[in-house]
Design a binder for this molecule. Structure first.
Ligand SMILES: O=NC(=O)[C@@H](O)[C@H](O)[C@H](O)CO
Ligand SMILES: [Co+2]
Length: 415
């Protein structure tokens, strides 16, 4: 009845992942994900640093181990620390589920809904390719889709497959583009951004999308931290006629949560923030002042299930819902953890879902299912993912940093 081993794996089936495997003295194993896109080795080293302190601890005492790793870090919070704590936390919940013979969502309060509404990543370099992308995801059953669009005169734009920085992947039916921003280079690729071009282009794109698909299709959009507050306020107003489910990361709230006050007072377009926020402390103003409508953090970046369940309970008090981060750089282990919490919390909103590549899914055997636009974590005990260590060893880590961004005049900007 104790933790016997804590092993860290870095593997790269299609892209880099960091996996934690905890084994108890009874031979029960649990998996965690500490993948931090572009910073994988740092997260792996942090896990290796804390691993010895886990040995001998009672695997059932998840809260105490969480507090030990959080308060005991001294240098608290931040993406690397919280990703490592998340990995330990999810692995311990996986073990608890296996020992209880229950899927983790049942330990978190049971199912609050039948399935988990998802959204896909549609994008285009022009309207025909955007419509093809939206049609492809609708054919796969998605009820909701994020729309990202190339900017005239800008070589590559965040979230746009088919532009310089996208990988083409085979989906269930036909071709899909998986947008993977981390490119296998040792030095980050430099991209360019221009707010004026963006603000002059995107509202018209949503006008065309609404004209073609009508009002039923759930539409989302990600500004990826790039607008100043007043630009974000104007953008939100310009989007109001197109009735978006949310505009995401419209302005960098992690710098100053008060930025969102300016946006909130000017627009009713719902706001989603938080995929790079890693603890509830950085949500206090955003949630207490109802400056956001959706919490974007992924379970595996934000202290794991223990912390995220508390964060979502706090959010529930203020009518704020979940919209957890679910790109391919959250591993299948992390995606499964998201889904167990998605299913259990009362204030669920929507789940981002980029299907992992076939290569990734050969190494991570998942039991979550996608059906007609909805995901379900499955009912296997624990989080329901198996990790093929032998096959994983064949995929060596390769540096793959995220790009950086500059304005047209060369000024550094958020990517
Ligand atoms: O909403 N989703 C996103 O913003 C993601 O695509 C992030 O750019 C990547 O996860 C960064 O690694
Ligand atoms: Co985003």
């Amino acid at each position: 009845m104790a933790i016997e081993k804590a092993e860290v794996f870095v593997t790269s089936p299609g892209r880099n992942f960091v996996v934690l495997k905890i084994t108890t003295t009874d031979g029960v194993t649990g998996l965690g994900d500490a993948t931090l896109n572009g910073r994988e080795l740092v997260a792996a080293e942090y896990l290796k640093t804390i691993a010895p302190s886990l040995i001998g601890k009672d695997e059932d005492n998840i809260e105490d181990i969480w507090q030990y790793l959080y308060k005991g870090a001294y240098w608290k919070r931040g993406p690397v620390t919280m990703a490592a704590i998340s990995a330990v936390d999810v692995a311990l919940w996986d073990i608890k589920g296996k020992k209880a013979g229950m899927p983790v969502y049942k330990l978190l309060g049971g199912a609050s809904r039948k399935g988990i509404l998802t959204y896909a990543h549609a994008s285009g370099v022009d309207l025909p390719s955007l419509f093809d992308s939206i049609d492809m995801y609708r054919d796969l059953g998605f009820k909701a889709t994020r729309v990202q669009y190339a900017l005239p005169g800008i070589p590559s734009t965040y979230g746009v497959a088919g532009s310089a920085n996208a990988q083409k992947g085979e989906g269930e039916k036909g071709v899909r583009y998986d947008y993977e921003p981390a490119r296998r280079t040792t030095v980050p690729v430099e991209e360019v951004w221009d707010a004026r071009t963006y603000l002059n282009t995107l509202p018209g794109v949503f006008e065309e999308v609404r004209n073609k698909y009508g009002k039923d299709l759930i539409l989302l959009h990600d500004s990826h931290h790039r607008l100043r507050p007043i630009e974000a306020a104007r953008f939100g107003k310009l989007l109001e006629p197109y009735d978006l489910f949310w505009m995401e990361d419209t302005t960098p709230a992690e710098e100053n949560q008060q930025f969102l006050r300016i946006v909130r007072e000017h627009t009713t377009t719902p706001i989603a923030i938080g995929e790079i926020i890693n603890s509830w402390s950085d949500y206090i103003t955003l949630i207490e002042e109802q400056l956001i409508d959706y919490v974007r953090s992924a379970v595996t970046h934000t202290g794991g299930l223990t912390h995220m369940k508390k964060l979502m309970a706090f959010a529930e008090l203020f009518g704020v819902k979940s919209g957890f981060h679910g790109p391919t750089d959250v591993s299948p282990v992390g995606m499964a953890a998201n889904l167990h919490l998605d299913l259990a919390i009362p204030n669920f909103g929507i789940q981002e879902y980029m299907k992992h590549s076939d290569e990734t899914l050969e190494v991570f055997h998942t039991s979550y299912t996608f059906n007609d636009g909805y995901l379900h974590p499955g009912d296997k005990p624990g989080i329901g993912v198996e990790f093929d260590e032998k096959l994983a060893a064949k995929y060596q880590y390769q540096p793959a940093p995220l790009p950086v961004d500059r304005l047209l005049d060369g000024t550094m900007h958020e990517w």
